[in-house]
Design a protein. Structure first.
Length: 254
């Protein structure tokens, strides 16, 4: 995995184009390590993408071909690799943008669902392909996909493993937008710039509240929202935002 950090933008790129950026256990570890290390003090936004023609073809079946000795061993293996990626992405206080430059299959599709914002090249193809190899969706596939596309659509995608295009991915809200491939870099850069100029820690709190409140009763969810809002109201970002508003200028968030 190629990791590059420049001016607050942490770029994580799957760099196995000859294998359509299939994800090995080692790659999953590298991805989790990089995301876990991201902080609002050092990073404004994370961009996750792939090199070459694909975003990611999912788990590398050649490296995963050897069956673990037991279900317990299999559980530990997936928990410590792809499971770590899920926790890292959901808990990361820095916004994650998926630049889906090409096909997103299996775990690749799950990663798109886990990202906070996603843009796809119009010629990208998607599939929740786990059923094709006798697996259930992992890398958060049974968690985030139903929340994003709805339970019935998620069942259809998972049960059939059907392939679909970026326009349908956008209609299902799996990605925010499908754009012509030649415009993808500019569209992502526009969002990255906006996020980088924003109050990163506050955006992280928004993400935290939304994720934590997905399964809470409404009264507990509102209380948690109020708790985080109280923290936001006493932050330097809020003070700067109010000052900028009163002075009729753009805020300069740190």
């Amino acid at each position: 995995m190629e990791i590059d950090s420049d001016d607050g933008v942490l770029r994580l790129t799957f760099d196995r184009p000859d294998a359509l950026n299939a994800i090995t256990m080692e790659t999953a570890d590298e991805l989790a390590d990089a995301i876990e290390a991201a902080t609002p003090e050092e990073d404004d936004v994370i961009v996750l993408t792939g090199e070459g023609a694909a975003f990611s073809a999912g788990g590398d079946l050649e490296s995963l071909a050897e069956t673990p000795e037991s279900s317990q061993a299999a559980y530990e293996e997936v928990t410590e690799t792809f499971g770590r990626v899920v926790e890292a992405m959901l808990e990361c206080p820095v916004p994650i943008v998926a630049k889906v430059n090409g096909d997103a299959i299996g775990a690749g599709l799950s990663l798109v669902a886990l990202a906070d914002i996603a843009y796809a090249a119009a010629d990208a193809t998607f599939s929740c392909a786990f059923v094709r190899v006798g697996l259930i969706p992992d890398t958060g596939g049974t968690v985030m996909l139903p929340h994003i596309v709805g339970l019935r659509a998620a069942k259809q995608l998972a049960f059939t493993g059907e392939f679909f295009d970026a326009e349908r991915a956008a209609a299902l809200e799996l990605v925010n937008e499908a754009v012509p491939a030649e415009e993808l870099d500019d569209r992502v850069a526009e969002t990255v710039e906006r996020l980088a100029d924003g109050p990163t820690a506050t955006i992280g709190m928004m993400k935290q509240a939304m994720h934590e409140n997905l399964s809470r009763p409404w009264d507990e969810a509102l209380d948690y929202e109020n708790l985080l809002q109280a923290q936001a109201r006493t932050s330097d970002a809020h003070k700067e935002g109010v000052a900028a508003f009163l002075e009729d200028r753009d805020p300069a968030f740190e």
